[in-house]
Every structure is written in structure tokens, then in C-alpha cells.
Design a protein around this ligand. Structure first.
Ligand code: SF4
Length: 321
């Protein structure tokens, strides 16, 4: 007689809400899908439309071609700019080449671009809190001439930078930063430059703020946190950091179920699960299924906000061909 299978260990999976796709990512993906429907393949996309391999591979299979520079696009096919935004020189070059260009920059990133332009017109120099090399930072800094935006990444950077006139400054931020770390940098900026102007309304977007708040709410209940997201996704990386700062000894980014280090979770009785703003819910389902296959699973939803934000796609795509 076969020995009875050993029972699965019990585990509670706390699902953070909100998690996953934000309105800006949803819109950017729709833009590529609608462009493919309207103009046929290939449609070129400058940079990954959103930072998620699963999403990018799915769109590639439908005929999207992802390139890093406009130089890699032919003149006679549509080109889409990613949700992260682009330096001003990019749409200008597309217009010079008479290309059909569609801007999928998230409207909340565009809002920061406009803020930067307004301060520049008023003669202020800008300080941007952001991550060097991230496409959103490059796109935002590229709205103004070189030298007009100074980047700071850390509190220490604030002491190191030189500015034209400490009385004529404003700051802006990347939309996907850690709310808590940014508050520290802002405090350092205001201490060194008391006259610096702050944004009218927080630049860190609602989706970033809500996802971080949900992680903080589940952190006291869990032994480990998994964040579904890509290594180049800023908001996903910040969720891992927020989990660690909130006391999670093990907080790990995974792109999908195959990346989970099950040995590291041995002994855990409660695990938190969230997803960055560019990670689709299919990947959350995949991870939940992987847990259900190994554990006697109890699912608990921890909802700290309900999001109803939606952004329209550009008119060019809403009008008939
Ligand atoms: Fe827009 Fe925020 Fe989503 Fe970025 S994370 S695409 S800024 S809503």
C-alpha cells in the first residue's frame, strides 16, 4: 500500500491591493495594441513600452518592434514613445523626419515635464530627485537645456551639488520614488536652500504611493514579501525596499513564478505578495497558483485604497483610420 502523501504545510498569502497595472501602464499598452490594429505591423516602440518582459514579449508577438533610439526606426512606420517619457529632442526629430509618432508618456509624467517648463520660463533652475540613467529621469531632464536640471539621487548628493543661484530654485521628482526616502531628500534640499519651490502637488504618482502604502500595511503580518516586477522597474524595486524598511527580513523581486526561491521561504507561515505598476495580473495568478500547489493556502486580501484612475488614449487612435 502506498504511504499517504504528506499534507501540504499551511501558509497564508497576503495579497496587497492596490497592486499591478496603473492607469499610465494600462494606457501605454492600449496605445500599442490600438496602433497595431489601426496601422498594422510593424509598429515601432522607442524603449520598452513599460518595464515588463512578459508585456513586451506579448506585444512583440503581435508585431511591435522595440528599439532604443529613433535612429533605429524607419521614416514610414508609426513610432510610439514609451510611458516613461522622452527628451524633447526625440519628438522634435520625429517631426523633422515627418514620422507618424504617438506619445504614450503617462500623463502624470507629462505633468512633471510641464512643471519643469513653467519653472524654467520663470527663470528658475531645477533640481530633480530621481535615479540616474532611468528613462523617466532622462526624459524629464531632457525637457530643458543642459545644465538647467541638476540631478540628486541621495541626501548626500544635496550637500555636493552646485547651483546657479540658491534663491532661484525649484525641485521636481521622478514619479516612482520611495515616498519615505524622497521626504528625507526634500528635507535636506529645504534645509540647504530654504527658498526652493516645491511642486504644487506631489510628483510621486498615486499608483506608486498606493502600492507602497499597501506593502506597509501587510509588512507586520508577514515573514516574507514577494514583489512581481522587472529588475529595471523603478516602482517595483522601491516596493522591495519599502518592504525591507517596514521590517520584512526577506523581500524579493521576482519576474514570475519560476523565479521564486522556495528554499528561502522554508518555515514561512505568512507571505505577502504585490506587483509593480507594470506587472500584469496574469503573473500574480501564476504566483498564487504556484503557492497553492505547494501549500495549504489561505488567501487574504489587504486593500488600503481603491483606484479609479483612467487615462484616455491619444485622439489619433480614437479616430477612424
Ligand atoms: Fe504613470 Fe505612475 Fe503608472 Fe508611472 S507608475 S505610468 S507615473 S501612473
Amino acid at each position: 500500500m502506498n504511504a499517504p502523501a504528506s499534507p501540504k504545510p499551511p501558509l497564508t498569502l497576503y495579497l496587497a491591493a492596490p497592486r499591478g497595472f496603473c492607469a499610465g501602464v494600462d494606457r501605454a499598452i492600449k496605445i500599442v495594441e490600438m496602433a497595431l490594429e489601426k496601422w498594422g505591423a510593424p509598429v515601432y516602440v522607442r524603449h520598452e513600452i513599460v518595464h515588463n518582459r512578459y508585456v513586451v514579449d506579448g506585444l512583440r508577438a503581435k508585431g511591435a518592434v522595440f528599439v532604443e533610439e529613433l535612429d533605429d526606426c524607419p521614416d514610414d512606420r508609426p513610432v510610439i514613445f514609451s510611458a516613461h517619457g522622452v527628451p524633447k529632442a526625440v519628438p522634435a526629430e520625429a517631426a523633422r523626419r515627418q514620422m507618424l509618432a504617438v506619445d504614450a508618456t503617462c500623463p502624470l509624467v507629462t505633468k512633471v515635464h510641464m512643471e519643469a517648463a513653467r519653472h524654467h520660463e520663470n527663470g528658475l533652475q531645477l533640481i530633480m530627485i530621481g535615479h540616474a540613467g532611468h528613462p523617466e529621469t532622462e526624459g524629464t531632464m531632457g525637457q530643458l537645456p543642459p545644465g538647467e536640471v541638476v540631478l540628486v539621487e541621495t541626501v548626500e548628493d544635496v550637500a555636493r551639488i552646485t547651483v546657479r543661484d540658491p534663491e532661484r530654485l525649484a525641485f521636481i521628482t521622478q514619479t516612482t520614488l520611495s515616498v519615505d526616502d524622497t521626504a528625507g531628500i526634500v528635507a535636506a534640499l529645504q534645509a540647504r536652500f530654504p527658498a526652493i519651490l516645491a511642486p504644487h502637488k506631489e510628483d510621486i504618482c498615486y499608483a506608486t504611493t498606493n502600492r507602497q502604502a499597501a506593502v506597509k500595511a501587510i509588512a507586520p503580518k508577514i515573514d516574507a514579501l514577494l514583489v512581481i516586477g522587472a529588475p529595471n522597474s523603478s516602482n517595483s524595486q522601491r516596493l522591495v525596499e519599502v518592504g525591507r524598511a517596514a521590517g520584512c527580513g526577506y523581500a524579493q523581486l521576482v519576474q514570475r513564478a519560476a523565479d521564486i526561491d522556495w528554499r528561502a521561504l522554508q518555515g514561512a507561515r505568512a507571505v505577502g505578495l504585490t506587483a509593480g505598476a507594470s506587472a500584469p495580473e496574469e503573473l500574480v495568478d501564476e504566483v498564487v497558483d504556484a503557492f497553492a500547489a505547494r501549500y495549504d493556502l489561505t488567501r487574504e486580501l489587504v486593500e488600503t485604497a481603491v483606484e479609479r484612475v483612467e487615462f484616455k488614449v491619444p485622439r489619433a487612435l480614437r479616430e477612424p483610420a
